[in-house]
Design a protein around this ligand. Structure first.
Ligand code: MG
Length: 389
């Protein structure tokens, strides 16, 4: 098995949404196609990758460092003992001559290629990624047949009042979601509490079905002030209250806020996630870790994150990755995570699951298409095919 070409491009995944920190009007994503010399039905088998959302494309790093290293590698150095493509060996090639630390845009470039390599490896094996992964990295039991998903929305938008917010949330429930998430921190505390209560009305007053997300905006004082105001509602979680790297803030919040806390979508390496667990006061009996494999050096690194969490006494069920994409859906099913984010209708064409995926009682099933199954997202597949056609 040989890689014959790697094609890379940047596409817009813009959206009119805003959270407490950024607007998404200029968001884009790197996309890659890794072409192999394996032929099926008269066509080469191709693996596809993209970089989730929330971070911009990493084309420069892909073009100047990562793709040339992959193409220059001895093909045999990318293979496992059974002669099949081994993404973890390819990972070592991508990271050659890269110093430790400073994770960020580089982790995104590696993540894009890592996704494509896992897509390719499982396609060559003729298996959907979640089964391929479960066979190699699972706990020995069958993978989950469906994955808990929650609907992330509740963004701020010009002219969006309480009624529009409630309509949006009702729409999520109508689509089959049970848990919804909304942004806070982009308005005053009093206004945000009015927004939270408006959404709780839609949820029959059940706070355990509502998550709130600050996107890292608060200082300690504000995080604690909001925590005091939110605690009585018994929310699903209180997400990213402070800066993602301010572990002491998080630890102090965890001492005061009794409900579940979620964070980690802006941590891009095993080492950063380990610092969160060591110093961030995260409680393995209730909190959630949201590291997004596509943004953080890919699944090869995410397997290291999982190993680290096990060693620190964490269940994989406490992980619900950020991003709302199909790659993490497979990972969640195979590694028995707690679920996966979902942004219904947003970040197109990359985001979301198969076109015919149905959410039932807050869970979505996997497809049996070999690989990640991005071919089952017609608009996105058109973009991906153009990379190599
Ligand atoms: Mg978030």
């Amino acid at each position: 098995m040989k890689i014959t070409a790697v094609h890379e491009d940047v596409i817009p995944i813009s959206s009119a949404m805003s959270n407490a920190f950024i607007d998404f009007s200029t968001m884009d994503s790197s996309v890659v196609a890794v072409v192999s010399d394996v032929v099926r039905d008269g066509e080469p088998v191709v693996g596809y990758g993209f970089n989730s959302n929330g971070r911009y494309s990493a084309g420069e790093i892909l073009r100047r460092r990562m793709v040339p290293r992959l193409l220059a590698a001895d093909p045999a150095s990318l293979l496992a003992a059974d002669g099949q493509l081994d993404p973890s060996r390819a990972w070592d090639v991508l990271m050659r001559n890269e110093k430790p630390g400073g994770h960020g845009e580089r982790s995104i470039a590696v993540g894009v290629l890592d996704m494509a390599l896992f897509d390719l490896a499982s396609k060559i094996a003729g298996q959907p990624l979640y089964r391929w992964l479960s066979d190699r990295y699972g706990d020995g039991s069958a993978p989950d047949e469906s994955v808990f998903v929650y609907a992330a929305g509740g963004y701020y938008a010009p002219g969006k009042g309480l009624r529009e917010l409630q309509d949006e949330m009702r729409g999520f429930l109508d689509q089959g979601y049970r848990v919804v998430k909304m942004k806070i921190g982009g308005a005053s505390l009093a206004e945000d509490i009015r927004r939270v209560e408006a959404v709780l009305d839609v949820l029959g007053g059940d706070g355990s079905r509502l998550a709130v997300d600050v996107n890292g905006k608060f200082d300690l004082h504000t995080a604690l002030e909001y925590g005091r105001a939110l605690e009585p509602y018994g929310l699903f979680w209180y997400e990213e209250a402070g800066d993602p790297l301010d572990y002491r803030l998080n630890a102090t919040l965890a001492e005061h806020y009794r409900g579940p806390i979620a964070t980690g979508e802006n941590l891009f390496s095993m080492q950063d996630a380990r610092n969160l667990v060591r110093y961030g006061g995260m409680r393995p009996d209730r909190d959630y870790i949201q590291v997004d494999p596509a943004l953080s050096y890919g699944l090869v690194e995410y397997l290291r994150v999982q190993r680290m969490l096990r060693e620190h006494g964490w269940s994989s069920r406490r992980c619900i990755p950020h991003g709302g994409h199909q790659f993490s859906l497979h990972i969640a099913a195979a590694l028995k995570l707690g679920g996966n984010e979902s942004y219904p209708g947003e970040f197109q064409p990359t985001g979301g699951f198969a076109d015919d995926a149905v959410v039932r009682d807050g869970h979505v099933g996997l497809t049996e298409t070999p690989g990640i199954g991005l071919e089952r997202k017609a608009a996105f597949y058109e973009v991906l095919r153009k990379l190599h056609d």
